[in-house]
Design a protein around this ligand. Structure first.
Ligand code: ATR
Length: 270
């Protein structure tokens, strides 16, 4: 029996236990996956308590991904590049930190939505933790270039510099976005949380595939995409399931059928 959990604060509305229960059922793996609300300043104590109870692994969500990075004793390349950890595997005294967010996004885009990123121009809005977490797997798909646009321009230029060794990147302020269309726009800002959409040139959306990392509702970004003639519009539910699948595989070496689970979770969420 695998002993697994997700840590967050808040955590009540997490869909992860449902998703992992579906994966376990599908793959015939015996697993118990619970939600753990850790105090804002008490993540590592909560995590050690769980590890001492015989945990095999756990996921980490907002606001503990950097704490989890610090807790891990070794880090995968994804975790190193993201400077954040959303999945830990307990291996004796070793805590292996991984970050499956970017793989989750890429698998949703390429496998479920059949969007080939090779040679495409990708525009990412935002330059916070979410963007840092997805850049390496996106660049590994060999897009033509990734443009990072952020309200605070300096954060975008810094991120572009940090990742330049993995592919063609550039960073600038949101106001520098031109009306020239791009292939894919990814909203990795937290603006939607406040019901906001950054005020940017609208022509950039024309015929672009628009993807919001947020899920569960028609976000302001998705509404903006629709009004401005995007060719396809997606929320981040597929990414949520795919990042969970990559974590499940990291722990159990079993690969779940994500499309069936996305359908089920979508139906629950509608
Ligand atoms: P996360 O871990 O979700 O990425 P974060 O690190 O706090 O959270 O980053 C939030 C991102 O959303 C930042 O890029 C932020 O822009 P700034 O760097 O200028 O703060 C961006 N963001 C948040 N609200 C926004 C808004 N209303 N308009 C534009 N960008 C916004």
């Amino acid at each position: 029996m695998y002993k697994l959990a997700v840590f967050g604060n808040p955590i009540e509305h997490s869909l992860s236990p449902k998703i992992h229960a579906l994966f376990a059922h599908q793959t015939g793996v015996q697993a118990e996956y619970t939600k753990i609300l850790a105090p804002i300043d008490g993540f590592s104590q909560s995590a050690y308590d769980f590890i001492n109870q015989g945990a095999d692994g756990f996921n980490i969500t907002v606001p503990f991904k950097i704490d989890a990075f610090n807790l891990a004793t070794t880090h995968t390349i994804n975790a190193q590049c993201a400077s954040a950890v959303n999945t830990i595997k307990v291996n004796g005294n070793e805590l292996i930190g991984e970050n499956t967010d970017g793989i989750g996004l890429v698998n949703d885009l390429t496998k479920n939505l059949e969007i080939d990123l090779h040679d495409k121009i990708v525009l990412i809005l935002g330059a916070g933790g979410a963007t840092r977490g997805i850049l390496l797997p996106l660049l590994q798909q060999n897009p033509k270039r990734i443009m990072i646009a952020n309200r605070t321009a300096s954060k975008a230029t810094q991120l572009a510099k940090d990742f330049a060794k993995y592919g063609k990147t550039c960073g600038f302020g949101l106001e520098k976005i031109k009306n020239d269309p791009v292939d894919i726009i990814i909203n990795a800002t937290s603006a939607s949380l406040n019901g906001e959409m950054p005020n940017i040139a609208t022509g950039v959306a024309n015929n672009a595939a628009c993807y919001d990392l947020m899920y569960g509702q028609q976000t302001p970004f998705m509404q903006w995409a629709e009004v401005n003639n995007a060719s396809m519009i997606f929320d981040g539910l597929g990414m949520l399931v795919e990042q969970a699948a990559a974590a499940f595989e990291f722990w159990t070496e079993k690969q779940p059928d994500t499309q069936a689970v996305i359908k089920t979770i979508k139906a629950l969420n509608d």
